[in-house]
Design a protein around this ligand. Structure first.
Ligand code: RIB
Length: 273
C-alpha cells in the first residue's frame, strides 16, 4: 500500500462537549496527544447521524492519522463505509468496534449498574424509575443490564436524552408512579431531575432517592451531593489516546483490550425508604 505522510492529527467525535463527561475525556486524550506531538480536531455531532457522517468526511479530507469516536450519533455501518477511513485506526468508545482492528477501551458498565442495584436493594427501594436513552449505545445498555439483572424490585423505564433538560421533563411522569428512587443513565440527567423535583416541591432524599452515573465534578458540588458511579473519565481519555498512538506507530501490534474499573460513590442523595 502507498506510504502516506502522517498529519500528526487525530479526529475526535463526541456528542456534546457541554456535557462535562466529554470535556474531561477530551482533556485526557489531549494530554497524551500533546506529549506525542499530535493535535486533535474535535467534532460535536449530538446524536445526529447526518452530522456524524459529515464530520467523518471532513476529518477524512484533512487526512487524520486516527479517529476516536465517542458518539452514538455515528451509526455503526457508516464508519466502515467510509473507504478512506478503512486504512486508519479507529477506537470507538461506546460500542463494539466496527473497524478491522478491534482495540477496545471500556469501563465496567455492567458492574456499575449492578452496584446501583445493590445499593437500592440495601436501602429497600422496591420501585425504581430508570431514565435511559431509547436507542442507547452499547456501554449504556450494559449499565442497564447490570442494573436490571440485580435489582430485586420493579423497574419503570422512561426514555430520555443524556441531557439535563430531558431529565427535568420526565419528572412529572415519574411523580405519577409509585417509584421511590430514580436512577439516571448519567449525572446530567440526574441534575435535570433535581431541578424538576424541586419545582414540584419534592425533596431529595426524603421523597426520592436519586442516583446518577459518571461522577463528573459538579456532582459533589450540588445539594444534596449526588450519589453516582464514578468512571475514571480522564484516564479513559488517556488510555484511549495512548492505544491509538501505539496503533498508528506500530500497526502490527496485538489488539488491546482494556476494561477500567468503576466505583460507587455514595453521597447524600439516597436514603432508606
Ligand atoms: O454522560 C455521557 C455518557 O455517555 C457517559 O455515561 C458515557 O459513558 C457515555 O457513553
Amino acid at each position: 500500500r502507498m506510504v502516506m505522510k502522517k498529519s500528526q492529527t487525530i479526529g475526535i467525535i463526541v456528542p456534546d462537549i457541554t456535557n462535562p463527561f466529554f470535556a474531561t475525556l477530551v482533556k485526557g486524550i489531549e494530554e497524551v496527544l500533546f506529549k506525542s506531538d499530535f493535535m486533535s480536531i474535535l467534532c460535536n455531532v449530538d446524536t445526529d447521524d447526518e452530522k456524524g457522517i459529515k464530520a467523518l468526511e471532513a476529518l477524512n479530507h484533512r487526512g487524520v492519522d486516527g479517529l476516536i469516536v465517542a458518539s452514538s450519533g455515528v451509526s455503526m455501518g457508516e464508519l466502515v463505509k467510509q473507504e478512506a477511513l478503512k486504512n486508519i485506526p479507529v477506537i470507538e468508545l461506546d460500542r463494539q468496534s466496527t473497524s478491522q482492528i478491534k482495540d477496545s477501551i471500556k469501563t465496567d458498565d455492567y458492574l456499575g449498574g449492578k452496584l446501583v442495584a445493590n445499593l437500592l436493594n440495601n436501602l429497600e427501594h422496591h420501585i425504581v424509575a430508570v431514565l435511559f436513552p431509547e436507542s442507547s449505545s452499547q456501554n449504556i445498555l450494559k449499565r442497564l443490564e447490570g442494573f436490571s439483572a440485580n435489582f430485586l424490585g420493579d423497574v419503570i423505564y422512561f426514555a430520555t436524552d443524556l441531557t439535563k433538560s430531558s431529565g427535568k421533563k420526565r419528572v412529572s411522569d415519574i411523580l405519577l408512579t409509585e417509584a421511590t428512587a430514580i436512577f439516571a443513565a448519567n449525572d446530567e440527567i440526574a441534575f435535570g431531575v433535581y431541578a424538576g423535583l424541586s419545582d414540584c416541591g419534592k425533596k431529595i432524599p426524603e421523597d426520592y432517592s436519586v442516583v446518577g452515573y459518571d461522577d463528573i465534578e459538579m456532582s459533589s458540588y450540588i445539594y444534596p451531593p449526588l450519589t453516582t458511579v464514578s468512571q475514571p473519565i480522564f484516564e479513559l481519555g488517556q488510555k484511549t489516546a495512548n492505544t491509538l498512538i501505539q496503533r498508528i506507530e506500530h500497526p502490527e501490534m496485538d489488539e488491546t483490550e482494556i476494561v477500567l474499573p468503576v466505583q460507587l460513590i455514595q453521597r447524600l442523595s439516597v436514603a432508606h425508604t
